[in-house]
Every structure is written in structure tokens, then in C-alpha cells.
Design a protein around this ligand. Structure first.
Ligand SMILES: CC(C)(COP(=O)(O)OP(=O)(O)OC[C@H]1O[C@@H](n2cnc3c(N)ncnc32)[C@H](O)[C@@H]1OP(=O)(O)O)[C@@H](O)C(=O)NCCC(=O)NCCS
Length: 176
């Protein structure tokens, strides 16, 4: 039996956050290549500055687990990274940016426990809902969220996610 607990992240967790996200994306070869390139943009000091500096841009719940009763030498086995956004129609909402449980610890209810804690945080902070993105081929995750009552805003309301990349920003910022 796996005993687990959920806590808020600490600056010491920054390396594990990077490692976990890398492992996550490495599980798909093509995406792994893409994201290893992407992850070169971020290093531990970026995460420390952005998550634990004077203006934190994200918060994170950490799931720790141990396979024995003693709860000594707990391992970090999952995390949920989130932040708050604002909508002029519905007010505050909790945005779940990244949600991950290590492969060998899946199916033990750790994800459900993280979602429970996130839901409590959303309610305590007066958020009207929780938003998150799932890529269309990630069928197990789509089913996981749907089983818990999530709505697909793209099919139900026709929303599409858009992006201005850095090149666009530089061009628009310079007024060209
Ligand atoms: C989505 C994710 C965080 C869920 O974490 P988890 O700790 O496995 O979640 P739970 O144990 O609460 O639930 C797992 C579900 O899969 C089933 N399951 C059983 N054994 C499983 C296993 N070995 N692996 C995965 N799922 C299993 C469980 O029965 C459960 O079904 P339910 O939805 O009917 O409750 C995890 O699968 C994950 O990290 N996936 C890869 C990353 C990812 O795609 N994240 C989401 C990005 S949007």
C-alpha cells in the first residue's frame, strides 16, 4: 500500500519540478524532442524566480509518497501547478497549468487527491471554476477529466486557444 500526502511546494522543489515535467514529455518520443528543445528556455533559477520571488507567477501542490508505514524518506511523486486568472464575466478562476503523477504511482488515487485539494483551494479563494488545457490526443486524460464532470469548451462553446509568439510581440511592440 502507498501512503501519500499533499503539501504546498517549497523552493527546494524547483529541481524536481523541472525533472518531472521533462520525464512527463519524454514519455512521447516526438513530443519529447520538441519539449527538450523547449525546456532549454527554463532552468532552476528561472523557476525559483518565477515561483518563489517577490511576485510568484505560479503555485504548486506536491504529492509525496512512501511504500511503508514509517513515512520516512518520502519521495515526490506528483504535482499540480496552478495560478489564478480573471474573467470580467465570472471573476476569479483557478487555472490548472500542469498536472502530473509519476507512472508507477498512477491509479492509487493521488491525482484524485490533488484535484480534491485544488477544488478546496478554488472554493476557499472564491473561484467560480477551474480551467485547464488538454491536447486532443491525450485520450486517457480527457476521459479522466470527463468522468469527473469536466466540459470540453472547444466542442461545446467553440473556443480556440490562440498565441502571439515572441516574434509577433516584438513586431507589435515596435509598431511595425
Ligand atoms: C492524469 C493523472 C495526473 C492522474 O493521476 P492518478 O494518480 O493516476 O489518478 P487517480 O489514481 O486518481 O485515477 C486514475 C484513474 O485511472 C485508473 N487507473 C488504474 N490503474 C492505473 C494505472 N496504472 N495508470 C493510470 N491510471 C490507472 C484508475 O482506476 C482511475 O480511474 P477513475 O478515473 O475511474 O478514478 C496521471 O494519469 C498522469 O500524470 N498522466 C500523465 C500526465 C498527463 O497527461 N497529465 C494531464 C495533462 S492535461
Amino acid at each position: 500500500h502507498i501512503f501519500h500526502s499533499i503539501r504546498c511546494t517549497r523552493p527546494q522543489d524547483a529541481p524536481i519540478l523541472l525533472l518531472s515535467t521533462t520525464t512527463y514529455y519524454e514519455s512521447s518520443f516526438i513530443l519529447g524532442l520538441y519539449f527538450s528543445a523547449l525546456f532549454n528556455y527554463l532552468n532552476i533559477s528561472d523557476l525559483l524566480r518565477d515561483g518563489f520571488g517577490s511576485r510568484p507567477f505560479f503555485q504548486c501542490l506536491i504529492a509525496e509518497a512512501n511504500k511503508d508505514d514509517a513515512m520516512q524518506d518520502t519521495d515526490i511523486v506528483g504535482f499540480a501547478m496552478y495560478y489564478y486568472t480573471y474573467d470580467p464575466w465570472i471573476g476569479k478562476l483557478l487555472y490548472l497549468e500542469d498536472f502530473y503523477v509519476m507512472d508507477e504511482y498512477r491509479g492509487w488515487g493521488i491525482g484524485t487527491e490533488l484535484l480534491k485539494r485544488l477544488s478546496q483551494i478554488a472554493i476557499e479563494t472564491n473561484c467560480s471554476c477551474m480551467h485547464f488545457l488538454v491536447v486532443v490526443w491525450n485520450k486517457p486524460s480527457i476521459e479522466y477529466y470527463m468522468r469527473r464532470g469536466a466540459s470540453d469548451l472547444s466542442t461545446e462553446e467553440g473556443w480556440h486557444l490562440f498565441r502571439f509568439d515572441k516574434e509577433n510581440l516584438v513586431r507589435m511592440a515596435s509598431g511595425d
